[in-house]
Write a protein that binds this ligand. Structure first.
Ligand code: SF4
Length: 329
């Protein structure tokens, strides 16, 4: 059996709490992704979903303390030396950042910025050759009039077009893994749908593995093979996409599903009361307990282990589905 494309084992990240101690932002995450698979990581702000991916790309501040393992095609990324990780980041692993307006330099032409990503990893290519490649990438991501567009500045692109250019940049070196951090958040709904269609096409045509990070379960519904739901710096439910949606075990996942508008707009939108905890003030026990309608006394005392419940793994003392078998976290 071949090695997974990406494998996280007991990944932990802590940040200085300003009081001489460390606060855990990520509390032991285990995940794996096979080549060509799409994994959706879902949760509200502060759940730890983005920092897990930033850790493996070594994009966290120096003050962050990272432990555990993150292997890409069998190579350990945690603690990898700077020159080696720079050869992987932007080449074998492409990244689409959340806000394409701030991700591009406003005073440089977009074509030059994408070409830079190519030349950084292949100094044998001429700038002219790189610009030709950028034109092809713009065509691939359906930017109209690519030869003219690559001479424009970021402010001349609409939000959707900027995101397409960001995706072109992430694809510039034919990555095997694409990490997309909230790729549709800053866009209106029709453009969101177009970007998701584009990601679906890329997955089908190029066979690349993808990690889609989002706060919106609706975004991953039609594209992800499997889903990890995060809350309070840990995974609270994970499984194949259908069981996570249709045999939901964790009350927080159910809350996120209830907050997704249905296409007819007939069902009432439900919200999860309260706000997610900060890593510095996270409550003990199950960190969802102050917001959970099923919480009982034990929930404030004991953090439940991730366990097999029906067809997903779920961390809850009182899951919505009855069968519960302990599994290693
Ligand atoms: Fe709710 Fe308790 Fe389950 Fe946490 S452990 S999600 S508080 S029922």
């Amino acid at each position: 059996m071949s090695a997974p494309l990406l494998s996280l084992k007991d990944l932990r990240i802590a940040f200085p709490d300003g009081d001489g101690g460390m606060a855990e932002g990520l509390r032991g995450v285990d995940l794996s992704l096979d080549p060509g698979e799409v994994l959706g990581i879902v949760g509200e702000s502060g759940s730890g979903k983005s920092i897990a991916m930033m850790a493996l790309l070594q994009l966290l501040p120096d003050s962050a303390r990272v432990s555990g393992s993150a292997r890409f095609k069998g190579q350990e990324l945690i603690g990898m030396a700077g020159p080696r990780i720079r050869r992987i980041r932007g080449k074998s692993i492409g990244c689409i950042f959340q806000d394409p307006l701030s991700a591009f330099n406003p005073v440089l032409r977009i074509g030059d910025q994408v070409a830079e990503a190519i030349l950084l990893h292949d100094s044998s290519r001429s700038r002219r050759d790189a610009m030709k490649a950028v034109e092809g990438l713009f065509e691939r991501v359906a930017i109209p009039q690519p030869a003219r567009r690559l001479r424009q500045y970021p402010h001349e692109f609409s939000g959707g077009m900027r995101q397409r250019a960001m995706i072109a940049m992430a694809l510039a070196n034919s990555p095997e893994l694409l990490i997309a951090d909230e790729p549709t958040t800053a866009l209106d709904v029709t453009v969101q749908a177009q970007i998701l269609d584009l990601l679906r096409d890329l997955r089908r045509d190029l066979g690349i593995g993808m990690v889609l990070i989002t706060h919106d379960l609706g975004v991953v519904a039609g594209i992800a093979d499997k889903i990890a739901v995060m809350y309070g710096g840990r995974i609270v439910e994970r499984g194949a996409t259908d069981p996570v949606f249709y045999e939901t075990a964790h009350p927080y996942t159910a809350g996120l599903i209830g907050a997704v508008p249905d296409i007819e707009g007939t069902g009432a939108l439900r919200q999860i009361e309260g706000t997610p905890p900060s890593i510095f003030t996270r409550p003990g026990g199950c960190s969802f307990h102050p917001r959970c309608t099923r919480a009982q006394a034990i929930c404030a005392q004991e953090d439940p282990a991730l366990a097999e419940v029906g067809n997903t793994d779920c961390a809850c003392h009182f899951p919505l589905i009855a069968t519960r078998t302990e599994v290693a976290e």
